[in-house]
Design a protein around this ligand. Sequence first.
Ligand code: URA
Length: 432
Amino acid sequence: MRIVDLIEKKREGGEHTRSEIEQLVLGFTRGEVPDYQVAAWLMAVVWRGMTPVEAADLTRVMAASGQRLDLASVGRPVADKHSTGGVGDKTSLVVMPLVAACGVPVGKMSGRGLGFTGGTVDKLECFPGMQMDIDARRFVRQLRDVGLVITGQSADLAPADGKLYALRDVTGTVPSLPLIASSIMSKKLASGAHVIVLDVKAGAGAFMKSPAEARALAEIMVAIGRAAGRIMAAVVSDMSQPLGRTVGNALEVREALDTLEGHGPDDLQPFAVELASLIVALATDGLQGREDVKTALNTGAGLAAFRRLVEAQGGDPRAFEDREALPRAARQVPVPAPSDGYLARLDALSVARAATLLGAGRERKGDSVDLAVGVELLAKVGDSVGAGEPLAVLHVNDEQRLAEAQAALLSGMRVSPHHVPRPSLILDRIGS
Ligand code: URA
């Protein structure tokens, strides 16, 4: 078929064969099919959707478009955990060391923060010297020797996704469940893990605004992974307010270290234990689970695993003993509560906006970030607050946009005179 026939077929709601998807996607990756035709096809997919078989075929074609890691030499099932992205989401920094401390090797490819979402790569760069471009050979060796490795996204894995995502970004074709699912899962399949647990976020600070949409995305990804022979599970978790009590790279690293020392926030800590327990149970066929994860937390074995990761990748581990070794902002500015009552709203997107205005986030790919700045949340939804007491503290280096950041933060907060229940964090589970 000609490419225009494939575009018309999708425009009319038709179902592609695997070879049609190959023709389009691999042709585009090789530079033989022009951007404008692929953009038209992507828009047709946004409107017409894809069947589960098409989404699985698209994922496999993208996964096979570049290098695929072979993790067989690790000798044990390797686990990966993926979050669809949110505000203050430092879960990976806690979950991965806890899982590794239970003897389950964890290998993960992470991204940098973009827009309102943070990225694990930026956070880990708070340890001076930390190398985040680990090549395939070293990735496998570190998995065997250390049991834990995290690297930035490699251009060699699923290059078709890299090209398609860049085009989707500028053609209004990101929000499509099959396109998001195949984009995420192609990278997961190419990076080789046997056990994959997905944390699909729902709410103002997430791609998926409602739990129903997030569940639908999770179901597609779980089905794609299973069809490719992977052990899969997913949770849908709330991202209407940020996770934990910090948003900003060094602040989040500090919180992750505190959590691995057993004194983390009352949402992040149980959530991390829950996810780690799920991964460990799936990777060990149920032989290990929650008790092992709790032991790893209580004995400091998880913290020790995190330290081994930092040292293996050339990072300076001083922050493990002395948090002052982490980047620190020049000034801390409290944001007072306007009245007595209970915090009823803490909009994740407004907090992200405030953090980005202070320099913690990226508006565009390639922008630099200030690792030290961000927002510390002293109250979360359901907490009682007193008029004039600080609701949050802004960690500031550049004062230029401070007033704007304060206004952004306050626009997303509401204090109610009535008692407000704390929202649940885990909203749904798929396949666990
Ligand atoms: N993250 C990805 O990797 N791909 C998408 O399409 C959306 C989020």
